[in-house]
Design a protein around this ligand. Structure first.
Ligand SMILES: [Mn+2]
Length: 454
């Protein structure tokens, strides 16, 4: 199923990782080559048109039971997995003098040897070969950031109107206030929304990213296969979720890519049910929307299975309609033309419309109405560093894009929810590749997978 190009890409990434001259790994994550992250920053620099982008690493969680996860844009641009850092990118400005050329600086916090007893050894700007180790052109101390930005603006006042930062970033707001004060400006500096520039870059994945997304997909399928064996009358939703998480971690994944949803009976009709507090009852179905992330790259899978191992006639009727809708959407896919996430079905190229029409034309609700009355969400979303990766919807699907197709029907009157979700990649040739192809799809394959374990 998978193109052989993926394995070499993964091996190249591993070889580059192994060649990094690090005394201590920056993180347990598989990183891409330093040149890959550098190329992303250069692409951002070109989109800045002489402006300056500044973004900050995610802050450390306040509660001990929440593990650290880097800010998605920051990770995409740096592969840096530590808190306390900032990245500044100066875009090329053809109208300015040659001195105002592309520049990138990673600002690092100063080492705190006492805190390192708790956190492990860190790197700072004074560490020998710090820039080379971090894979960036320049490294400076975090305390230098405000003055650095101040000097850029003094050298080229147009920069003040061309600053880019993440929206709602308290750190960016504080930095811009401080800089305005030191410049003697009465009005605080304003920034444009940096995600407008990073979203188009992140939407198209490279071979190394697709290798990690494939690893996440394979590990998530392993967890779903375990679920087929664990679901039975009397099993608790929470224990099944816990077994799946353990399986994901055995496969090298660092965490689930979202809180696992294991919803049986009436809970199957609640879209983001994650309380997982019920005990499974014979005769009910269970919706299991659970997947993991590998080295910061997510997967997203949903399967719907009968608690007793066999669907009732009515459950299978609805199941077959939902599966038919997923297949109809995948069959209608045309790279460069099809879109997703158009919940109002106004776009004729939308795969949502194809799936909605299929559900509308097949099967009935409990009161004789079209079954499409019971589908209440969009067909899919992009997947990447975020499980709901940023995109401008409805998004035209092109090679390198990774997205879900996940139709669902939810009938509370019948305690019956069915969702089937696979994560897909648009290949370089424009063909659709189902990363979840190896996991059972049809009702009979689902039942067989459950029986084989009993
Ligand atoms: Mn999803």
């Amino acid at each position: 199923m998978f193109r052989p190009v993926r394995l070499p890409a993964l091996l190249v990434a591993l070889a580059l990782l192994a060649s990094l001259p690090l005394a201590k790994p920056l993180s347990a994550l598989e990183r891409q080559s330093p040149s890959t992250y550098h190329a992303r920053r250069v692409a951002l620099g070109q989109a800045l048109h002489g402006g300056v982008a500044v973004l900050f690493a995610a802050e450390e969680p306040l509660l001990d039971f929440m593990p650290y996860r880097q800010d998605a844009d920051f990770y995409y641009l740096t592969g840096w997995n530590e808190p306390g850092a900032a990245l500044l990118v100066v875009g090329d400005d053809p109208q300015a003098d040659p001195a105002h050329a592309y520049r990138e600086v990673l600002f690092l916090p100063t080492r705190n040897l006492r805190m390192e007893k708790y956190t492990g050894i860190k790197m700072d700007a004074a560490t020998p070969d710090a820039a080379k180790r971090a894979g960036v052109d320049e490294v400076m101390s975090m305390g230098e950031l405000p003055q650095f930005l101040n000097r850029l603006i003094r050298a080229n006042r147009r920069v003040a109107g061309n600053l880019w930062a993440p929206p709602d970033s308290a750190q960016a707001t504080a930095l811009l206030q401080w800089t305005a004060t030191t410049l003697g400006d009465a009005t605080p500096l304003k920034s444009h929304d940096l995600t407008r520039l990073t979203t188009p870059l992140r939407q198209v994945k490279d071979a190394g990213e697709i290798a990690m997304l494939t690893h996440a997909a394979n590990a998530s399928m392993d967890a779903q296969r375990l679920m087929f064996r664990s679901v039975k009358p009397g099993a608790t939703e929470r224990a099944v979720a816990g077994e799946m998480i353990a399986r994901m971690m055995e496969d090298g994944c660092e965490r689930p890519s979202y809180a696992p949803i294991v919803g049986s009976g009436i809970n199957s009709t609640e879209l983001h049910y994650s309380e997982n507090s019920a005990t499974m009852q014979a005769g009910d179905v269970v919706v299991v929307d659970a997947a993991c992330e590998y080295s910061m790259y997510a997967s997203d899978i949903t399967r719907t299975v009968p608690v007793s191992g066999h669907f009732t006639a009515r459950q299978q009727e609805v199941y077959d309609v939902v599966l038919g809708a997923q297949r109809a959407a995948a069959a209608a896919f045309v790279a460069g033309k099809s879109t997703i996430n158009d919940p109002y079905h106004k776009d004729p190229n939308s795969l949502d419309t194809v799936a909605w029409q299929y559900i509308h034309d097949h099967g009935k609700g409990p009161h004789g109405e079209p079954l499409s009355d019971y589908w209440i969400h969009g067909l899919g979303h992009m997947v990447g560093i975020d499980v709901h990766d940023p995109a401008t919807y409805p998004a035209v699907l092109k090679p390198g894009m990774v997205f879900t197709i996940e139709p669902g029907v939810y009938i509370p009157e019948e305690k019956l929810g069915v969702r089937i979700e696979d994560t897909f990649v648009v290949g370089a040739d424009g063909k659709l590749i189902d990363l979840i192809a190896a996991l059972p799809h049809t009702a009979s394959h689902v039942e067989a997978a459950m029986q084989s374990a009993r």
